[in-house]
Structures are given as structure tokens and as C-alpha cells.
Ligand binder design. Structure first.
Ligand code: PMP
Length: 296
């Protein structure tokens, strides 16, 4: 972090960045009883704040805990964090976890803690690489069967194999890794959903064992608005050679073109760039003013 200063909302109050600490015997740290969100604010407004906050509540319920703040309280807290740090464009990270009262697999009496931090995070992938398209490797780990893991929860524990996969890809010079699912179908990357273009039609994996991302849903709607058909279906890795374009979508990554996945090559094209633009216009209503200011 470049920042390391400013305020973090921590269990109901705004505290100094350095004071937002947890105990080493935190259950969330030992047993991954932790759920989180990733949000972006543009021009002072948090995009899809209601959807993210509701997903945080739902993620916790799936892990058998209830967040002790209402959706409205968390929304107010998120806005308060932005304001306290004087952020206009920022990334927000709400997180909820079981505390440190009891150590063991069972921790039913442990307090539920909630924090919301914010920082400036302009681009998830290298900005120069981004327009040309980023390179993905195939991950070794797969997204688990929903009978094996609570795949609808944005649970910290589900990111363990994402971090390992992303590190392995980065060490080989790739920007990220494409994960297949437990059946061997194309799933998502370590922090985004994925879409493909074939003959003017969007194809995207059915989100039945990974997050149905808020960005993915927004981009699908934007595509349909343009008259582009969106087909959700099982996609096998062997099919990747039949797609002309590929792109990622997620809150942090926004819409990011892909140029390579393993041996398969893609050329970022008209549909990817149009949806990139549409998405930025949707999330950042102040974009036109910013562009004018930059030119003027
Ligand atoms: N899949 C994974 C693994 C993610 O971490 C994210 C980012 N939250 C997504 C998909 C996309 O979700 P969203 O568009 O809601 O940010």
C-alpha cells in the first residue's frame, strides 16, 4: 500500500489506518470464517452498492453467521469511509469475520467483526498491457463442486487456490490464470468472470459454481442493449480456439481484454472495446466531464 494513512471503518467507528488491527487468534485467520466484498467508487458514487452489500450479507449467511449491521448501515458506513478519506475514485473493501473469543473449528459464540477500508487502486492490470489484452495461463486448481464448497459465498477461504494460481501464473510471466471448474469446463479467472465473442455473439460460462459477478451481469445487460446476444452455457477449454475475442469482467478489473489463454490467441476487437466504453460510462457518470476537462 502506498497509502497507510486515513480512516478505516471498524466495528461501527472510523479509526486510524494503523489502528485497524485484529488479534493473532482470530477465528477468521485460522479457519477462514471470513467473507468480503470489492467495490469501486467513481465520481464519489459507489457503483452497485446495494448489490454488493446484500451479497456480503448473503455470503455471511452461507458461512452460518449474521452480520450485525443492516444493509443500510453498511451502505452509510461505506459512504462515510469515502468521505473521511476525501476519495472520489476509490476501491472499497468491506470484510466480516469471526473474532477471537474461542479457538477451534466451532466458534458459534465468537463476535462478528466488520470493517470497511478504501484505497486508490486505479488499474487492476497493467494499463499498457490492458488495451492490447492480457495473457492468461491455465490454472492447475479448479473451482470446486458446489457440494464441496460454498461457491455462492464471496468467502476468503475460496480465494486460497486463487492466490496460489495467480502466483504460479505470474511467475511464468502471465497476468493471471484461467480456472476450469470441477467438471473441466471454463469457469473464471482468480478474480474476475470471463466472456468470449464468436461471430458477434457473447458466450460466457454458466455461473453455477462460482460468483455470478455484478460486473458480469451489468456487462450482459449492456451487450443486450446493443442488440448483442448473450449465451450462458458450458464452455469446454478445447473450444477456446473458436472464439475471436475474450475479455474479463470484475469490479477491480472492470472490462479487460484478453490476448492469450495458454495456446489460444485472441484479438481484442469491436465488441470488447464497445463494452469497455459502455461499462465505464455506466459506472462513471462523471466520465464525460473528466474527458472534457482533460482536453480543455
Ligand atoms: N470471480 C471472482 C473469483 C472474483 O473475485 C470476482 C470479483 N469479486 C468476480 C468473479 C467478479 O465479481 P464482481 O463483478 O461482482 O466484482
Amino acid at each position: 500500500f502506498d497509502q497507510m494513512t486515513g480512516k478505516i471503518w471498524f466495528n461501527g467507528s472510523l479509526v486510524e489506518w494503523a489502528d485497524a488491527q485484529v488479534h493473532v487468534l482470530t477465528h477468521g485467520l485460522h479457519y477462514a470464517s471470513s467473507v468480503f466484498e470489492g467495490e469501486r467508487a467513481y465520481g464519489g458514487e459507489i457503483f452497485a452498492l446495494r448489490e454488493h452489500t446484500e451479497r456480503l450479507h448473503e455470503s455471511a449467511r452461507i458461512l452460518d453467521f449474521e452480520i450485525p449491521y443492516s444493509v443500510e448501515e453498511l451502505e452509510a458506513a461505506s459512504r462515510a469511509v469515502l468521505k473521511a478519506n476525501n476519495f472520489v475514485d476509490a476501491y472499497l473493501r468491506p470484510i466480516a469475520w469471526r473474532g477471537s473469543e474461542m479457538m477451534g473449528v466451532s466458534a458459534q459464540a465468537n463476535t462478528i467483526n466488520v470493517a470497511i477500508a478504501a484505497w486508490q487502486w486505479p488499474s487492476y492490470f497493467n494499463p499498457e498491457e490492458r488495451r492490447k489484452g492480457i495473457r492468461l495461463d491455465f490454472a492447475e486448481y479448479r473451482r470446486p463442486d458446489p457440494r464441496t464448497a460454498p461457491s455462492k459465498s464471496k468467502a476468503a477461504g475460496l480465494y486460497m487456490i486463487c492466490t496460489v494460481s495467480k502466483h504460479m501464473a505470474e511467475k511464468k510471466g502471465y497476468a493471471d490464470a484461467l480456472m476450469l471448474d470441477w467438471r473441466g469446463q471454463v469457469a473464471e479467472t482468480t478474480g474476475t468472470n470471463i466472456m468470449f465473442v464468436k461471430d458477434g455473439v457473447l458466450h460466457t460460462p454458466l455461473p453455477d459454481c462460482f460468483l455470478n459477478g455484478i460486473t458480469r451481469q451489468a456487462v450482459s445487460k449492456l451487450a443486450r442493449k446493443r442488440g448483442i446476444e448473450v449465451i450462458e452455457r458450458a464452455i469446454m477449454p478445447e473450444e477456446l480456439g473458436s472464439f475471436q475475442e475474450a475479455f474479463l469482467c470484475g469490479t477491480a478489473a472492470e472490462v479487460t481484454p484478453v490476448s492469450e489463454i495458454g495456446q489460444y490467441k485472441f484479438t481484442p476487437g469491436e465488441i470488447t472495446f464497445s463494452l469497455m466504453d459502455d461499462y465505464m460510462k455506466l459506472v462513471d457518470p462523471s466520465l464525460e466531464e473528466k474527458k472534457l476537462a482533460a482536453v480543455g
